[in-house]
Ligand binder design. Structure first.
Ligand SMILES: Cc1cc2nc3c(=O)[nH]c(=O)nc-3n(C[C@H](O)[C@H](O)[C@H](O)COP(=O)(O)OP(=O)(O)OC[C@H]3O[C@@H](n4cnc5c(N)ncnc54)[C@H](O)[C@@H]3O)c2cc1C
Length: 490
């Protein structure tokens, strides 16, 4: 008999989110993390609006927001140096101000602020200082062995063990894409920049020499840029700051920017998620967010298979649904990086002309990297098509359920959880309440007026089936539930 239902490998944001999601489902998990504690490095900066919706479902969105920067920091400012005025600026859409398409705001924060909140979001066991070393598939599970000589039998393994994934290596799963793009340096430093930042707040100040980022609302700074091997990082940091501003370096980290997607997200009973499945370059802050969306897609399926209300084949839909999203996201991140370079080039041209003081019009100004279409518009299924740069709400199967205000501060997204949700125009008229407990997973019925049709929504908030008619037979609903529990979509 397996010791646990799901072994989670890696206590990064993706493994920790998976642990919290599976906890809500009552799935027995254990998480192993090779380091003795959570990572102390700030790393990823942008928590997008979709991740915050997922955290709202977990009931932790307010705690996450309370530790993050205020919304006005949701802006990118382009300058010649930190002390000079903006020559361009762009809002991080869905972070700097509320949007009609979501009940939440994304946030500028640091991974080392986010991860403790995720850790507190579940009680299931975590074993720090335990490194995955071997995986052997058995008839009813996987035997995972660790560097300390211990082992665990699990029905499934969710490998969220980062870009250099041991699990991916052990399974011999290859990657596609450019791979390692180069070394980047992060310098953490202290300086008296708070007032200047408060006067013109931003999550990132981008210059040609590198970027300055405020780390925590109470202080602390980082510089990110390229430092050739053996060169001094103080020189580009000083040029980025400008005006001879003094600073004191506290820590330096060199890290590899990777760009790849794994060839497969699943082999047998082992599933890859987060950076283990796709490493996305940082421009636009998509990497961590894509990983959080991966496990939101995967965990209800794992719960269904482990608890017996879904067929094992449902797990095949994880790769089918998320692998194309990883490729799209990688393309968008590369396009974002090109836009950053383009902004600097335009500035060089402007300086060579006679309007050096003017603002530069960016193609995506006020639409930070114009990617809300990708953040909220991801859709699954063969007919989904690629999302555009702007988000266009849709109730077609495969799409994220659009946010509609149900009154009293409640969103359609708040009706979704560890059950199927049936949205109908008039619950009383159709006698829906009696149908609720009949399917493989309980159905909760919600009223949704406004001509959206009848919608059956999956636990991850994506629409599983849609009917134009207002009244549905009990057998039709059951068939739809069974199809979703086997194949993801009707
Ligand atoms: C310095 C740095 C700066 C970054 N900046 C940005 C940024 O600005 N924007 C952005 O979008 N992204 C950034 N990233 C990337 C971002 O941090 C990742 O996308 C994100 O952390 C992915 O989360 P994850 O949980 O999939 O993997 P990780 O956060 O990498 O977590 C994986 C965990 O698995 C553990 N692990 C690995 N192997 C094993 C094993 N064999 N056994 C047990 N545990 C194991 C690791 O110790 C780690 O804790 C940055 C990354 C780095 C390193």
């Amino acid at each position: 008999m397996p010791d646990v239902d799901v072994l989670i490998v890696g206590a990064g944001p993706v493994g920790l989110t998976a642990r919290a999601l599976l906890d809500r489902w009552g799935v027995r998990t254990v998480l192993v993390e090779k380091h003795s504690e959570l990572s102390p490095f700030p790393r990823s900066r942008l928590l997008n609006v979709r991740s915050m919706e997922i955290f709202r479902q977990l009931g932790i969105d307010r705690r996450v927001a309370a530790r993050a920067f205020a919304p006005e920091y949701g802006r990118v400012r382009f300058r010649d140096s930190f002390t000079e005025p903006d020559f361009a600026s762009a809002a991080m859409i869905g972070v700097n101000a509320p949007i009609a398409e979501s009940p939440v705001l994304g946030a500028v924060t640091s991974q080392d602020r986010l991860e403790p909140t995720l850790l507190d979001a579940a009680d299931s066991p975590i074993r720090f200082g335990v490194e995955l070393a071997g995986l052997a598939e058995e008839p009813d599970g996987v035997l995972a062995s660790f560097g300390d000589g211990t082992s665990v039998r699990a029905r499934y393994v969710l490998a969220a063990d980062g870009a250099n994934s041991t699990a991916r290596e052990l399974l011999g799963i290859g990657t596609v894409g450019p791979g390692a793009l180069g070394l980047t340096t992060t310098v953490m430093f202290e300086a008296d920049l708070r007032q200047r930042c408060a006067d013109a707040p931003a999550g990132v100040y981008v210059t040609a020499f590198g970027s300055i980022l405020p780390m925590y609302p109470e202080g602390g700074w980082a510089w990110i840029g390229q430092v050739p091997e053996g060169a001094d990082h103080r020189e580009p940091l000083s040029r980025t700051l400008g005006d001879g501003l003094p600073f004191e370096v506290s820590r330096v980290q060199r890290w590899t920017v990777n760009a790849f997607v794994a060839e497969h997200f699943r082999q047998g009973r082992v599933l890859l998620a987060g950076d283990a499945a796709h490493a996305i370059p940082p421009a636009g802050g998509l990497g961590m967010n894509t990983g959080i969306a991966d496990v939101h897609n995967l965990c209800w399926k794992l719960a269904g298979v482990v608890q017996g209300w879904a067929r094992p084949g449902l797990l095949d839909t994880y790769e089918a649904e998320r692998l194309p999203v990883a490729h799209l996201t990688l393309r968008q991140a590369v396009a974002n990086a090109q836009l950053l370079i383009q902004a600097q080039q335009k500035r060089v041209e402007q300086l060579a002309g006679d309007d050096a003081g003017g603002e530069i019009e960016l193609p995506w100004s006020e639409h930070y990297f114009a990617q809300l279409g990708l953040v909220l518009g991801v859709a699954y299924g063969s007919e989904a098509g690629e999302p555009g740069t702007d988000y266009v709400p849709s109730t077609s199967p495969g799409h994220r359920l659009p946010h509609v205000d149900l009154g009293g501060g409640r969103s359609t997204l708040d009706a979704v959880g560890e059950w199927f949700t049936l949205f109908v125009e008039d619950p009383a008229a159709a006698g829906w309440a009696e149908l609720a407990p009949s399917g493989p997973l309980p159905v909760r019925v919600e009223r949704l007026s406004g001509g959206y049709g009848t919608l059956l929504v999956r636990p991850d908030g994506h629409i599983g089936a849609r009917w134009d008619k207002r009244v549905l037979g009990a057998d039709e609903l059951l068939r739809a539930q069974e199809t979703i529990s086997a194949a993801g979509l009707v």
